[in-house]
Structure formats: C-alpha cells, structure tokens
Design a protein around this ligand. Structure first.
Ligand SMILES: [Zn+2]
Length: 567
C-alpha cells in the first residue's frame, strides 16, 4: 500500500482525554477514533492488526478441532431468563423492546445461545465432544467505560464452548483450550501470566485467566517467580508468623478512650497491627455474621461470598452492630458474642494473647486467645498483599495490576441443567451435557501489546500483529534516483510476500520518520540520496532504533532474514 493513498490520521499532540499509553498511542497513530463512551471506530491500521490477530486465533482454534460459528448479538430475553442471567447481569446488559413489545437484549456472552443450539440437536454421546467457537461482537453497558480499548461497551470476542459427556471429557476440552491460548498469546508476542481465577457470574468451579501485568489494567494478580499466579479475588498466601507473648492469663480489659481504629490502637498500645483482632459485622440474608481478621489484614468480599455461598450480604449499620455487641464501632470484639455466626481468617488460627475490642465503649481486651476465649469457623477471607508468602514455594509474592486477555472456565452442568440440555449416555440414560466456556478479548491483545511495546515516540508491535511488516521510506521523493530505486524495492519486498507500507508522500524526511516511529510497524527501510549514491539503503529496527546499512541489491533479502530470525 502507498501511504499517499491510505488514511492514517496521525496526531502530533497527546490527546487530552487519554490516560493509558495504549489509548494515547492508538489515537495518535490513527488506529481508532471514539464514537461514544466505550464505543470506537477501528480505522485502517487497527483493522489490519485485528485481522492478523483473528487469523492467529482461527488457526489455533481450528487446530484443536473447534468449529467456527457466527451467532447473532440480538437475543430474545427468554433465553437469558431460562438460565437466570437476565436479572443477574442487571443494567450491564443492553435491554430493550422490539416493535411487537418483545423483550430483547444484546449478548454479553453466548452460553445461552450455544446451549440452546446444543439441546435441540445433540442427542447421543456418540456426537460428543463438540467444540464451537465464534469471533463476534459483544455488548456491555459498562457504568464507567474508560482507558480507550480496555473497557469497552462494544467489543470483539473469540468465545468458544465445549460440550462433553462427563467431567473427564471436559478436562480434555479445557486442556486443549488452555494449550491453544498459550500458543495464541505466544504467537502474538505477549508476555503474560496464567492465573487461577474466580468464576463469578459464569458459574462453575475451575477457571484460569491469561493476564498481562501492566499499570493500565483493572484486575489485580498475585505473582510468584515459581510460576504461581492467581487473581487477587482467588489468590492464597501464607503469612509470616507473628510472635505472641507466652502465658495463659485470662482476658483483661483496659481503657482505650477515643481509640477507634487499628492505627489508633497501634499507636496507643505500642503493639503491631498483627497483634490485634479486627472485628467486622455483616448482615447475610438478614442474619448477623461477625468476621474476624488480623488487624493489619483486609477482607476480600469475593472470598467472603464464596465462603457464605451467598451474594446477599452487606456491612451492618452502626445500629445493627451495637445491637449485637452492646458497644459502638471501635470497641467491637468476639468475646461473649451470642446469636451470630463467627467467621475468622485462617491467620488467626493458633494465635494467643491478642488484643481486641471488649464490647464496651472505649475499652479493649488483652490476653485474648482464639479457641479458648471464643470459637469461630476458620476460612481464607483476607486479601493477599505484596510480600505475603507463596503457598507453593514460600517466597514473597508480588501483587500487580493486570489486563485480562482471556479466561477459561469449567462450567460443568450449570447451563445444561438450567436449560435442560441432555444427551443419552452409553447406557441409554439421559444426562446433562458437561460444558466449558472460553473467551479471548481481541482488542485487549492489541492494547496489551501496545502497553508492553512503546516509548515516547510511539509503539513497536510484534510483527505477527503489526498492520505492516515494514515501512519503506523514500526520504526524498522529488529525487528521480531515489524515487525509481524505491519503486523497484517496493516491488521486490512485495514479491517476497512482505506487507509493505510505502511512504511515497511528498513530505519532509523528518515528518516521515516521526510517523513511521509512531504507528507500530517493526521495521523501516530508508532510501536517501546520500547513501544511495554509494549503493546503500538503511534497515532500521523500531524496537531498538538500531540502523544497519545494506547494499541495495541485497537489502530485501537481508530484511527478510531479519524478520525470519525474529519469528
Ligand atoms: Zn512461589
């Protein structure tokens, strides 16, 4: 393609509305333009990149025997009511009525539609397994769309679904996807971690997320050098032990006037937060539940929900807490509490002689020993923090922000049971299908690649997903010698099968170099009057900014060899 004839609206200034580097650069390099909050138009360069990304995805999905479908985004509400997710997604789903007053919605994902097809057609275990996928638009009415292409209201997903007779079949389908995802993200040139994940609204038990650690992400992931990684909603850790004083004295109250927070108590007593028991009160399905954590730890509501097996919970009001404890917030504790379930984080198990609220205003207790002075159910309830110890190898964990590229779920029979999707097993018994669901955010592959590969001048995408392999820059188009050499090199590079963007514009060399640096193409070949007189051209590698001279005759072959060596 000739730059003089294509639409690449580059911007010199950093757009004021953009914060994430990927957002700034995709706007500056003329890849995308915003249409509405969370809705973007993908222009020429973005679409070329997306076509390369989706081609890689297709090849790897086809390789595991998955079959490509294309389902409508426009769905009848009935399908989603059957699974119970019409209400569950709430306002996140675009919902409206058609002209006949039927409730309609736009697909957030496609478990319901795929299950609906399977239940009507698959009759026997002999037809299993089935792996179905599509690359298609999804819609989410995000409350706060932001960060350019990281949180969109319309986006492209590869989503696939596996249907098996039983759990062993699902294990195989899941592993195939897991391996295919590794190949896809490797081929796209991304550095990523595979994190244990929480299944959330999808249902099911086992799931993994493919995450790219970057400051522009919205998920939090705990990572260890040994290979352990987990979404913070799911991450576990062990904590360095805290030394408790010895002795078996009974709890003893002491006055703490005005000392309400753990920080207050640390200053007041001179003891560390790790020596305190923090007391929280929640109301779960209208019953009070007391939650205990080490003073310096924070509660994970995701873990709490999973322990409670309920999503109907909230922090108690000050009045509700007073009714249960007989004291105001700041002096609550577990000793003597009756009529409430008490949940304690595992880090309190085996501790002794700790400090906590006395259930009397402006008073605390010392010498409180869990198990002796109160009993509790122990569970993993706390948010993992940087420096906590890895459960696999014992080394310190790092907690990092990350972008989720893909997510694989073992759904099990959550949808097939709700929607009555059954098959006959080898004994002629009707059994529900066992399902998996697997997603990749196509835009996130591009945005993550930009986040990982940019500098002040622009971006340098991995060749596999860059819109072009090389920009051929004729520095002086008004020079007849440069022009004719560039035209003939353009033809040679194309004949080699390379994707070439020929910068044949009548612009100053500086403008051309700036644009080429910006738009994410991994190589630039430059022909200028001076070097051409010696029979030379330049090969410039965008990521390192290194320049190599090459003889004009051998230049195309030299570039091809460099590209091959990088693949
Ligand atoms: Zn580890």
């Amino acid at each position: 393609m000739r730059w003089s004839q294509v639409f690449i609206p580059t911007l010199r200034e950093v757009p004021a509305e953009a914060e994430a580097p990927s957002h700034q650069l995709l706007l500056r390099s003329g890849y995308v333009r915003q249409v509405a909050a969370g809705v973007y138009a993908y222009l020429f360069l973005a679409q070329r990149s997306f076509l390369k990304i989706t081609q890689i995805i297709r090849e790897e999905m086809n390789r595991i025997g998955a079959q490509e479908f294309y389902l409508p985004a426009l769905n009848p509400a009935e399908l989603w009511r059957e699974s119970g997710r019409y209400d569950l997604f709430g306002e996140t789903m675009f919902k409206f009525k058609d002209r006949n007053q039927h409730d309609m919605c736009l697909g957030v994902t496609h478990e319901e539609e795929m299950t609906n097809i399977a239940r009507g057609e698959i009759r026997s275990y002999k037809q299993l397994p089935q792996l179905w996928y599509q690359i298609q638009e999804k819609f989410r009415d995000e409350p706060r769309p932001k960060s350019g292409l990281l949180r969109l209201r319309q986006f492209i997903m590869k989503d696939s679904y596996s249907f098996d007779l039983n759990d062993e079949g699902l294990d195989t389908s899941y592993q195939k996807h897991y391996d295919a995802y590794c190949r896809i993200f490797d081929r796209c040139g991304l550095k990523y971690v595979i994190a244990e994940a929480y299944s959330g609204a999808m249902g099911g038990t086992v799931s993994h997320e493919f995450m790219v650690p970057t400051d522009s992400g919205e998920d939090w992931v705990a990572i260890c050098d040994c290979g352990y990684a987990a979404n913070l909603e799911k991450a576990r850790s062990s904590v360095a032990p805290v030394q408790d004083p010895v002795g078996d004295a009974a709890p003893e109250s002491f006055p703490t006037p005005g000392q309400k927070t753990i920080d207050d108590l640390v200053k007041f007593t001179g003891e560390s937060g790790g020596r305190m028991i923090k007391t929280l009160v929640y109301v779960v399905e209208s019953k009070p539940v007391v939650i205990l954590l080490r003073g310096d730890h924070a509660l994970s509501e995701t873990k709490l929900a999973s322990v409670l097996q309920s999503t109907t919970y909230r922090p108690a009001t000050a009045e509700e807490a007073f009714d249960l404890h007989g004291a105001h917030l700041g002096s609550l504790g577990p000793v003597g509490i009756k009529g409430a379930r008490i949940l304690a984080d595992q880090a309190l198990d085996g501790r002794s002689n700790m400090i906590t609220g006395a259930n009397q205003d402006d008073t605390h207790l010392r010498n409180v020993t869990p198990g002796r002075d109160f009993s509790a159910e122990y569970a993993d309830l706390r948010v993992v923090e940087s420096g906590d110890l890895c459960i696999r190898c014992g080394k310190p964990l790092r907690v990092s922000v990350a972008v989720e590229l893909g997510h694989v779920f073992k759904l099990g029979r959550r949808y097939s049971e709700a929607m009555h999707a059954t098959v006959l097993d080898p004994n002629g018994r009707e059994v529900p299908l066992t399902m998996g669901s697997y997603g990749i955010g196509v835009e996130r592959i591009l945005t993550s690649a930009v986040e990982q590969n940019h500098d002040a001048d622009g971006m340098f995408l991995p060749r596999a997903i860059a819109p072009f392999d090389v920009v051929l820059t004729a520095a002086n188009m008004d020079d007849a010698g440069v022009r004719s050499s560039a035209e003939s090199l353009y033809k040679q590079l194309q004949d080699m099968g390379l994707d070439v963007l020929f910068d044949d514009r009548q612009e100053r060399p500086g403008v051309k170099f700036k644009d080429a640096d910006l738009i994410g193409v991994p190589y630039r070949v430059t022909l200028g009057k001076k070097k051409l007189a010696q029979g030379l051209g330049e090969i410039y590698e965008r990521s390192t900014k290194q320049i190599h001279d090459a003889n004009l005759d051998g230049l195309a072959a030299a570039l091809r060899d460099r590209l091959k060596a990088k693949d």
